[in-house]
Design a protein around this ligand. Structure first.
Ligand SMILES: *Cc1c(COP(=O)(O)O)cnc(C)c1O
Length: 338
């Protein structure tokens, strides 16, 4: 067995021993199967290939100091996948099936869960795709659910550091009444804007609402939040994906005695924030150093000294401590893999 250099993992795909699958056919879900094949055959007219009938999830498992493996908010991911299924007319995968698949794939690949000291984790990627042939635009009759895993390194290799983000008004990620609120395969729509932001030296695009270009939406694959005084403020919008990390941070902010506001945030208001961040499973929090609205020639600065703000840092440390089992799981967010 090859040995893994845990401290030099990136956020990428690394083959593991097994993945799990479950097929929907004749109106029902089958049994979960385990395989070591990394590929599958698919009909060329499958709906996922032409019409984007595809949803996915992203979650992580962590190894604690005690050696135990902890999975973060598995039920929330199951519920969100069901919401995505309703959004693009796929059969909902029952929570018990989802949980069984996750627990099976993590147990089978236990040797790929990084040790506590590395700060790395096991990324879990469930996906559900329409597989049966269709030429007219209609939902498929057959579906395939797959869960694979990959060990991933700590997101902040050079420490927890703020990065600049850009508002690029000529691009939209999702339409107000479209599928932005579902975790579906519409990321292709954000690739050009993302690439452009990277070329210009930004870590990500901060999208405005597509209709009025007035309110803050989200940062590509992560939700946005701002801190002002004792308030945690995050956008309300029909085109953002409800982040489970954001939901957890809102709870922790409330636990810390902060006021949580979920409402429309006009762009100008971010100029009044003391701190700002992007949040998601990959990084927990990516503190934002500065937001440049390139077309309007405006800049909003949150960090001048290259350090994250104190509230971002506190929330980040608290959530990570719960995920790794260093602090008590008072909200029942953790499933221990037995
Ligand atoms: C997955 C995702 C997020 C982050 O959600 P988490 O549950 O916190 O990982 C945010 N925005 C989009 C568009 C996403 O796909």
């Amino acid at each position: 067995m090859e040995s893994i250099d845990w401290s030099n993992l990136s956020f990428g795909y690394m083959p593991t021993d097994y993945n799990v699958r479950c097929i929907y056919k004749d109106g029902k879900w089958g049994d979960i199967t385990v395989t070591s094949s990394q590929t599958f055959e698919i009909h060329m007219a499958a709906t996922c290939l032409h019409y984007g009938q595809e949803a996915f999830e992203g979650m992580k498992a962590f190894r604690g100091k005690d050696g135990k493996i902890r999975i973060f908010r598995m039920d929330e991911n199951a519920a969100r996948l069901q919401s995505s299924c309703r959004g693009i007319m796929m059969p909902e995968l029952p929570t018990e099936k989802f949980n069984e698949a996750i627990l099976t794939v993590v147990k089978k690949n236990e040797r790929f869960v990084p040790p506590y000291e590395s700060g790395a984790s096991l990324y879990i990627r469930p996906l559900l795709i329409g597989t049966s042939a269709q030429v007219g635009v209609k939902p498929a009759k057959e579906y395939l659910f797959i869960v694979f895993v990959s060990p991933v390194g700590p997101y902040f290799k050079e420490g927890f550091k703020p990065t600049p983000m850009a508002i690029l008004r000529q691009y939209d990620r999702a339409a107000p009444l479209g599928t932005g609120r579902y975790k579906v395969g519409d990321y292709a729509a954000s690739l050009v804007a993302g690439e452009k932001a990277h070329e210009l030296g930004y870590s990500a695009v901060l999208y405005l609402d597509a209709k009025e270009k007035k309110y803050i939406d989200e940062c590509g694959p992560a939700n946005f939040f701002g801190i002002r005084g004792n308030s945690y403020i995050t956008p309300k919008s029909t085109s953002i994906l409800p982040s489970i990390t954001n939901k957890s941070l809102m709870q922790l902010a409330e636990d810390m005695g902060m006021t949580v506001e979920v409402r429309q945030i006009p762009e100008d208001e971010i100029g009044t924030f003391d701190e700002a961040g992007a949040c998601g499973t990959a990084a927990v929090i990516s503190p934002i150093a500065r937001i440049d609205d390139l077309d309007e020639n405006k800049s909003y600065i949150f960090s001048k000294d290259g350090k994250p703000g104190p509230i971002c840092e506190k929330l980040y440390n608290k959530l990570r401590a719960i995920q790794y089992g260093d602090e008590p799981d008072t909200h029942k967010w953790i499933t221990i893999v037995e």
